[in-house]
Design a protein around this ligand. Structure first.
Ligand code: DC
Length: 227
């Protein structure tokens, strides 16, 4: 099996690029952020306002998260209900960031991620894929962009979905999430030593996709692995 790990901060274009790579190489695309979002959504639906190591772990036994792949695209099921759209709401982003800092939540979702990678050729994106989940991934890419560029992209994305959110507010949220994700004690967001850095701040989407695809081909070639 071949695994491609793509890590980086929110809004750097990981999911768009991972989807394009998976389509190009015929791999399954696994969006691990969706798993943390599903747990965050469940906690919000239970009416929790404080999501922390005291309040969230007692909920975990009530939760089943499953991923299904339809035409290579991931659907997320929370207790057998398809929540693939519900987890994209803006308030779920912060809830996901909060629950992702809780060690019990990370443990809860760990095996699921590992098992998918054991059985499939995958492009998996997240924050700790190259460092913790798949430390032996064949290719590791750390995809980043400046906070301003990421906020601008997210703003446009939400506008296209008909959700209007203040740009400054988005920028602040992105900076807060970056801080939360990279300073947490467990599996913080950081570039793996053997990851290739791709900074998409000054790249168009097509340029970023090419840079990532070239990296995959080059690294696999160096390792003598064939696509
Ligand atoms: O990629 P995303 O925005 O959907 O991720 C939602 C949150 O989940 C993000 O704030 C950090 C967390 N996350 C994580 O801690 N580890 C991962 N592998 C993926 C996401």
């Amino acid at each position: 099996m071949i695994s491609i790990a793509i890590d980086g901060p929110a809004g750097a274009g990981k999911s768009t690029i991972a989807k394009r790579l998976s389509a190009e190489f015929g791999f399954i695309y696994v969006d691990t952020g969706a798993l943390y979002r599903a747990v965050g959504l469940y906690a919000l639906r239970q009416g929790l306002t404080q999501l922390n190591a005291q309040t969230v772990p007692p909920l975990l036994p009530q939760i089943t998260v499953k991923l299904k792949f339809v035409d290579g695209l991931q659907r997320v099921f929370l207790n057998d209900q398809d929540v693939s759209e519900a987890i994209r709401q803006n308030e779920v982003s912060m809830a996901a960031s909060d629950v992702s800092a809780i060690p019990a939540v990370r443990e809860f979702l760990f095996e699921l991620q590992r098992n998918i990678a054991k059985e499939n050729n995958i492009v998996m994106d997240g924050r700790d894929i190259g460092t913790v989940v798949l430390p032996n991934a064949d290719v590791k890419i750390f995809l980043t962009a400046s906070p301003e560029v990421r906020a601008r992209r997210r703003h446009l994305e939400l506008l296209e979905k008909g959700q209007s959110v203040d740009f400054q507010q988005l920028l602040e949220e992105i900076k807060t999430r970056d801080h939360n994700d990279s300073t947490r004690a467990v599996a913080p967001l950081k570039q793996a030593e053997d990851a290739v850095l791709v900074d998409s701040s000054d790249l168009t989407l097509e340029e970023a996709v090419s840079a990532a695809a070239d990296t995959v081909r080059r690294v696999l070639h160096q390792k003598g692995k064939r696509l």
